[in-house]
Write a protein that binds this ligand. Structure first.
Ligand SMILES: [Mn+2]
Length: 447
């Protein structure tokens, strides 16, 4: 059986991360991989929820981490056990047959009762018969071996593991206890198998493909213990390290979904209408309806192709998507601020920048006041020098920037505009990473 591969986007997932994972997993299945699934590393945001709902797709399962766990050590292992009434002789036969030196003893429901080792039998025979009689008194030996396992099994001081335990914990315990074998049970004490020290060496790591990120800080927890088979991304080169060679594809286009669309094309294949629609959504989301400076002609071409395949009207679909995603008037300010909030170290300044894209951001006075209050609170509580909130207006093609923090002056210098009433409208500014962070970073170097 093939081992499962997870296709995972970044933590705090956006529409591109979710859609590229879903469609790339589908592509790999079309290419003949049988057990490959998309997962999500965090909550689905409102915009993505709208997209999934629009296409009638279930959100991928939540993958909280990819740490190696005891369950991974049991993979492919047979469970061998006996019951308390099993005779010593039968138990010995079972042990020879399966070449094990320890047998777990379970009740009728499969719950662990105790352990029984070949050493226990030997010791018992020796004590009962003495060294001289051991070979000579076969009749007596038979009698002894007809006793049930329950008379010899060890029930006290057992060291057991649960299938969910981390392998790091197992290593530690094995070092401290030095038994030959350890039973693994589930939460209800049902026996799941036995593990030994050598299983640590043979441990098979979880297999993942990363999409839409290549930085450890943005990856699923435990990524350092997983095997990364591929990375498909459109960001700067990050710091993910791998132990083995891999397929790594990073292109400076507007979205990862664009690259997935290209991959289909290169293979002379077409995604299904559903998958084409998902790719379309990912591209429109990341490029803010082609208006972001990160958008390239490749994004536009692939997105149009996908829209045709999906029978989707780009404009109206995109508008509804951003409308559903922002829902500025309906949500608590804290939620709007935190949904896409990133921290930056610029020079000596600790800067936090949130962003929300909406069809229109004018008016909404109450929302902006509430946002500023939240921003001041965060600046205070988490000692930010500067907290910014980008209200990116898709129709006006610009960003209303809300500004708080003791280093607020730097914003005026960076953009050459006056900040009035904690806000400034920056015409043409759509991208945090390309248009807001760089001018701030240049100035912050002198602060
Ligand atoms: Mn992306």
């Amino acid at each position: 059986m093939e081992r499962r591969i997870w296709v995972l986007g970044h933590t705090n997932p956006d529409t591109d991360a979710i859609c590229s994972a879903l469609v790339y997993a589908a592509f790999k299945r079309e290419m003949g991989f049988s057990d490959i699934q998309a997962g999500r590393v965090g909550q689905i945001n409102r915009e993505t929820a709208f997209v999934l709902n629009y296409f009638g797709v279930e959100p991928p399962p939540l993958i909280a981490d990819v740490y190696a766990r005891v369950a991974d050590m049991l993979e492919g292992k047979e469970v061998i056990s006996c019951h308390p009434e099993t005779t010593l002789q039968e138990a010995g036969k079972l042990m020879r047959q399966h070449q094990v030196k320890t047998l777990p003893v379970v009740d009728q429901q499969g719950r662990l009762l105790g352990l029984f080792t070949i050493g226990d039998v030997a010791h018992h025979l020796l004590v009962e018969l003495g060294l001289e009689d051991l070979a000579g008194n076969v009749g007596r030996a038979r009698e002894i071996l007809a006793a049930p396992v329950s008379t010899l099994m060890k029930t006290e001081g057992l060291v057991t593991f649960v299938d969910d335990d981390l392998v790091d914990h197992v290593k530690q315990v094995m070092l401290e206890t030095r038994f030959r074998n350890y039973p693994v049970v589930d939460e209800q004490n049902h026996l799941l198998g036995m593990i030994a020290r050598y299983d640590l060496l043979a441990l098979r790591r979880k297999r993942v493909i990363l999409v839409d990120h290549n930085e450890r800080a943005q990856a699923v927890p435990g990524i350092e213990q997983a095997e990364i088979l591929e990375i498909i991304d459109h960001h700067r080169l990050g710091d993910v390290q791998t132990g083995e060679p891999l397929y790594f594809r990073c292109e400076p286009v507007g979205s990862t979904c664009t690259i997935i669309g290209k991959i289909y094309r290169e293979q002379g294949k077409e995604p299904s209408p559903l998958n084409a629609g998902l790719l379309c959504a990912g591209i429109l989301s990341d490029t803010v309806l082609f208006k972001s400076p990160t958008c390239t002609h490749v994004d536009v071409t692939i997105c149009r192709e996908m829209a045709t395949l999906a029978g989707l009207k780009i404009e109206s679909f995109g508008y509804s998507m951003f409308e559903a995603g922002s829902a500025l008037a309906e949500r608590p300010a804290k939620e709007i601020l935190k949904e896409d909030f990133k921290e930056f170290r610029l020079g000596n300044l600790k800067v936090g920048i949130g962003q929300v894209e909406a069809m229109a951001t004018s008016g909404l006075e109450d929302v902006k006041k509430a946002l500023l209050q939240e921003m001041e609170k965060i600046a205070e509580e988490e000692s930010y020098d500067l907290v910014l909130m980008m209200l990116t207006d898709i129709i006006r093609e610009g960003t209303e920037l809300l500004v708080t923090g003791r280093a607020a002056k730097i914003v005026e210098e960076a953009f050459g505009q006056e900040v009035r009433n904690n806000r400034v409208f920056l015409q043409g500014v759509m991208s945090r990473k390309k248009q807001v962070v760089p001018p701030l970073a240049r100035l912050a170097a002198f602060h």
